[in-house]
Design a protein around this ligand. Structure first.
Ligand SMILES: Nc1ncnc2c1ncn2[C@@H]1O[C@H](COP(=O)(O)OP(=O)(O)O)[C@@H](O)[C@H]1O
Ligand SMILES: [Mg+2]
Length: 712
C-alpha cells in the first residue's frame, strides 16, 4: 500500500463527532459515506450516543475493537488535540480533520494547529486538513465531503483529478463537471495543509492509474522548490493544469529596485509553473477544456496547426485568435496543395484555414484528413470545424475524424454544434476519444494547451545539468568581493563594487574608476578616454538620476569640473544626508538596445531572474518575464522570446539585431550568482546595453540580505 492510499481507499473508518442530524456536517458525512458507495467498516464516535443511523456508536476511538485505517474528525477545534492524542494511543495513522477554527482564524488558531501538528508528528499520524472537505475517490466510491449528496451533481467516473486548497472551489468543480462532461477520478481539498499537501499529493497522483490529468487550484504552495520538483515529477507522467488564485496579492514587501517592484508573486508563479511543466488555466472553463483535451489527445510536437472548416467565419475567428495563442497557421506545402487541388472542386481555395464550404461532404473531410493528417507530417495538430447543419455532413463524419486522428497519432480537436442534438452528439464524439468544443475560442485554446504540453514535455526531458555556466571558483570570487567590500553587510554594494563583482564572473562592464575630487576625476577621464559618464557613489542613493547623480557625455576638463560642481550641489539638495564616497568616472558606452536583467529572492521560490526591455517597456508596459534559478539555456531563451517586445531584439524595422546568446548567458550567470551567493537579496542590471555582438552592463545595483533599505 502506498503512503496515502488510506485516504482514498480505507477499509475501516471512524467518524469522530458523528451525528444523526443531517443538517450538520458531521451528520452529512455519516449519511453520505454509505450512500456514495463506501462498503468498508464504519465506526461513529460520539459519547452522546449508543447508536447512530443503525451503527454502533463509540465513546472514543479507544473503544473501537478493530484497526482503523482512517479517521475523520469533525468536532470543535479546541477539543482536537486531546482527541488526536487518543488516535495516537489507538495507533490510527491517517486522519482527516474537517473542523475549522485553526490557522485560518488567527493567532490562537495557529497555536492550536501547531499543537496538532506536533502530536501527529510524534505519533507518525498523517493529517489532511484541518479546515477541509477531505477526499472524494470517484472510483473506489469514497466521499468525506459534507456536501449532501442530494444537493450536488452526480459526476461520472473518469480521469481528471483535482487538488485544491479551497473547499468552495471543489464544490463548484464537482457540480460543473457533469455539465462539461468531464469524468472525475479523485478530488482532494487539503484546506490549511497542516501536513499532507500538494507536494505529496502530486507525487501520489503521478503514480495513480486512474488519474490521467491533474488539475490544481493554488493560492500558495507549501515550499516553492519542492513544488517545482513534484510538479516536474508528475508532469513527466501526465499533464498538470493549474489555476493560480490570488494573482494580484502584493506578496513581496516594499522593495526599491525595479526588479523587486516588478516581481509580483504571480509573475514568479508563472515561471514556477513553467519550470514544473504545469499548464496554466485562467478560469474554470479553461481548466475543464484543457484537462479534457489533454486527457483525450496526444500533445502537439510543434505549433503548426491546420484548420479544416465547413464554416468560413468560424475559421476566420480561429485564425484571428491563433497568433495570440502561439499558434502558427502555415500555408500548405506545394506538393500537398497540388494533391488537394486535384481532388477538391476547382472553386475551393487551398488555404489555411481550409474552407470546404457549406456544400462539403463527409467524403471530402475523409480525403482532406487522410492527405493532411495521415499521409503528411507537416501539420502538428488539426482543428476540425464540423457543423452538422451543413446538409452534406452526417454524424458519420465524426467516425472519420476519430479514425484519421488515431491513425496519424497527432492531436485533433473538434469544434461543433448540432442544434438540439448538441449535447448528445458531443457525448458520442467524445466517447470516440475526440474532444468537442462549442465555440471556436475554446477549441483554439485547447490546441494551444496541447502545444504547451508538447513544449513542456520537451523541456522536462532536457538535461538540467546544462544550466551551469559559471564555475564554483567564480562564486567564491563573488563571495570574497562582497566580504571585502561589506564585511558587516550593513549597506548595499556600491556601483563600483557591484561592477567589480560582475566583472569577476565574466559579465562585461565599462571601464571605471572612483574619484574623490575633481583632480582625480580628470585624471581618471584622461586614462579611460573621453567622453565619460560621471555618477554619484553613495550607499544611501539607489536611484542616482533622481537626485541629479548622473551626468553623461562629458567631453573635456571644463565640462567635467562644472558637472562635478553641479552634481554635488544637486545631491546636497536632493539627498542631503547621504554619505558620499566619491564619483564614478566611466567610459561612455555606444548606443545599443537597452535591456534589463534583474534577480530577486522570492519568499516562495527562492532565486528568480527577470528579463525585459529597458525604459518604458519595463516601467510602463511591465513587459518582463521571470525564470526560476537555476536557469538553463533553453529556459533563458524562452524568457527572452516570451516578452512582447521580442521582435525589437531581432531587428524590427531596421533596428540591429542583438546578441541573444549573450543575453541568455547573462541571465544564466545572474541565476547562478543568486543560487550560489545567499547573501545577495536583489540584483538590478538596468540598463544593460545589448549589441549585435555582446553586451555591457551600464548600471548595477546589488542589495544584500541584511541591508537596511537605502535612503533615496
Ligand atoms: N557609461 C554609460 N554610458 C552611456 N550611458 C550611460 C552610462 N551610464 C549611464 N548611462 C545612461 O544613464 C542612465 C542613468 O544611469 P544609471 O547608472 O542607470 O543611474 P540610475 O541610478 O539613475 O539608474 C542609464 O539608464 C543610461 O541610459
Ligand atoms: Mg539605472
Amino acid at each position: 500500500m502506498k503512503d496515502l492510499d488510506a485516504f482514498f481507499n480505507p477499509k475501516s473508518i471512524a467518524i469522530v463527532g458523528a451525528s444523526g442530524d443531517e443538517r450538520k456536517p458531521s451528520g452529512v458525512i455519516l449519511k453520505n459515506l454509505p450512500a456514495f458507495g463506501y462498503k468498508g467498516k464504519l465506526y461513529p464516535v460520539n459519547p452522546k450516543y449508543e447508536t447512530l443511523s443503525g451503527y454502533k456508536c463509540y465513546p472514543s476511538v479507544l473503544n473501537i475493537p478493530d484497526k482503523v485505517d482512517l479517521s475523520i474528525i469533525i468536532i470543535p477545534a479546541p477539543h482536537v488535540p486531546k482527541i488526536l492524542s487518543e488516535h495516537a494511543e489507538k495507533g490510527i495513522k491517517n486522519v482527516i480533520i474537517s473542523s475549522s477554527g485553526f490557522g485560518e482564524t488567527g493567532e490562537e488558531g495557529k497555536k492550536l494547529e501547531k499543537e496538532i501538528k506536533d502530536i501527529a508528528k510524534r505519533a507518525g499520524i498523517r493529517i489532511l486538513g484541518p479546515n477541509c472537505l477531505g477526499v472524494i475517490d470517484n472510483h473506489t466510491r469514497f466521499n468525506t465531503f459534507f456536501l449532501p449528496l442530494e444537493k450536488v451533481a452526480k459526476t461520472k467516473q473518469g480521469g481528471l483529478s483535482l487538488l485544491s486548497q479551497s473547499g468552495s472551489f471543489v464544490g463548484f468543480f464537482w457540480d460543473i463537471a457533469p455539465i462539461e462532461d468531464v469524468g472525475v477520478a479523485k478530488i482532494v481539498n487539503y484546506g490549511n495543509r497542516a501536513d499532507v499537501g500538494e507536494i505529496e499529493l502530486l507525487r501520489y497522483l503521478a503514480e495513480d492509474e486512474r488519474t490521467k490529468v491533474v488539475a490544481m487550484y493554488i493560492e500558495s504552495v507549501q515550499d516553492g522548490r519542492e513544488f517545482i520538483e513534484s510538479a516536474r515529477f508528475c508532469s513527466q507522467k501526465k499533464p498538470v493544469v493549474a489555476i493560480k488564485a490570488g494573482k494580484f496579492d502584493k506578496g513581496i514587501a516594499a522593495v526599491k529596485s525595479h526588479t523587486g517592484a516588478l516581481a509580483g508573486r504571480y509573475e514568479v508563479y508563472k515561471a514556477a509553473f513553467k519550470k514544473g511543466g504545469v499548464i496554466e488555466a485562467f478560469n474554470f472553463l479553461e481548466m475543464y477544456d484543457y484537462s479534457k483535451g489533454l486527457a483525450m489527445q496526444p500533445f502537439a510536437k510543434g505549433n503548426k496547426v491546420l484548420i479544416v472548416t465547413c464554416a468560413g467565419g468560424i475559421g476566420v475567428v480561429m485564425a484571428d485568435l491563433a497568433p495570440r495563442e502561439g499558434i502558427e497557421l502555415p500555408q500548405f506545402p506545394e506538393d500537398l496543395k497540388d494533391r488537394l487541388k486535384k481532388r477538391l472542386p476547382a472553386y475551393y481555395s487551398i488555404n489555411n484555414p481550409l474552407d470546404l464550404t457549406g456544400s462539403t461532404t463527409d467524403k471530402e473531410y475523409e480525403m482532406v484528413l487522410e492527405e493532411c493528417l495521415v499521409n503528411n507530417p507537416f501539420f502538428d495538430a488539426v482543428v476540425v470545424v464540423a457543423h452538422l447543419a451543413v446538409p452534406g455532413l452526417t454524424k458519420g463524419v465524426f467516425d472519420i475524424i476519430a479514425e484519421k486522428a488515431k491513425k496519424s497519432g497527432r492531436p485533433v480537436v473538434v469544434c461543433s454544434t448540432a442544434g438540439e442534438e448538441t449535447i448528445a452528439v458531443k457525448r458520442e464524439v467524445e466517447e470516440k476519444g475526440i474532444p468537442v468544443y462549442f465555440t471556436p475560442e475554446r477549441a483554439i485554446r485547447v490546441v494551444s494547451a496541447l502545444i504547451k504540453r508538447g513544449r513542456s514535455v520537451n523541456s522536462l526531458n532536457t538535461n538540467r545539468a546544462t544550466s551551469y555556466v559559471i564555475k564554483n571558483e567564480f562564486i567564491e570570487k563573488a563571495k570574497t568581493i562582497i566580504d571585502d567590500a561589506v564585511p558587516n553587510r550593513d549597506r548595499p554594494l556600491l556601483e563600483d563594487e557591484a561592477k567589480a563583482l560582475l566583472k569577476s564572473i565574466g559579465i562585461p562592464v565599462p571601464e571605471h574608476f572612483v574619484a574623490q575630487d575633481k583632480e582625480e576625476a580628470f585624471h581618471a577621464a584622461n586614462t579611460i578616454g573621453w567622453p565619460v559618464a560621471m555618477k554619484i557613489v553613495s550607499a544611501d542613493i539607489l536611484h542616482k538620476s533622481d537626485v541629479g547623480g548622473v551626468k553623461l557625455n562629458i567631453k573635456n576638463r571644463d565640462e567635467l569640473y562644472s558637472a562635478f560642481d553641479a552634481m554635488m550641489d544637486d545631491v546636497e539638495k536632493k539627498a542631503n544626508n547621504a554619505m558620499i564616497k566619491g564619483v564614478l568616472i566611466e567610459a561612455m558606452v555606444k548606443k545599443g538596445t537597452e535591456i534589463i536583467i534583474g534577480g530577486i529572492r522570492d519568499a516562495q521560490f527562492g532565486p528568480a531572474v527577470m528579463f525585459g526591455l529597458g525604459g518604458i517597456f519595463v516601467e510602463l508596459l511591465k513587459d518582463v518575464s521571470f525564470g526560476i534559478a537555476p536557469i538553463n539555456m533553453d529556459e533563458a531563451m524562452e524568457m527572452i522570446k516570451q516578452i512582447k517586445g521580442y521582435p525589437l531584439l531581432t531587428g524590427f524595422r531596421g533596428s540591429l539585431p542583438v546578441d541573444i546568446d549573450a543575453i541568455a548567458k547573462t541571465i544564466m550567470t545572474v541565476s547562478e550568482l543568486l543560487n550560489g551567493v545567499d547573501d545577495i537579496s536583489e540584483i538590478d542590471l538596468n540598463p544593460v546595453i545589448a549589441y549585435p555582438q555582446g553586451l555591457v552592463v551600464v548600471d548595477a545595483k546589488v542589495l544584500l540580505s541584511t541591508n537596511k533599505p537605502p535612503l533615496h
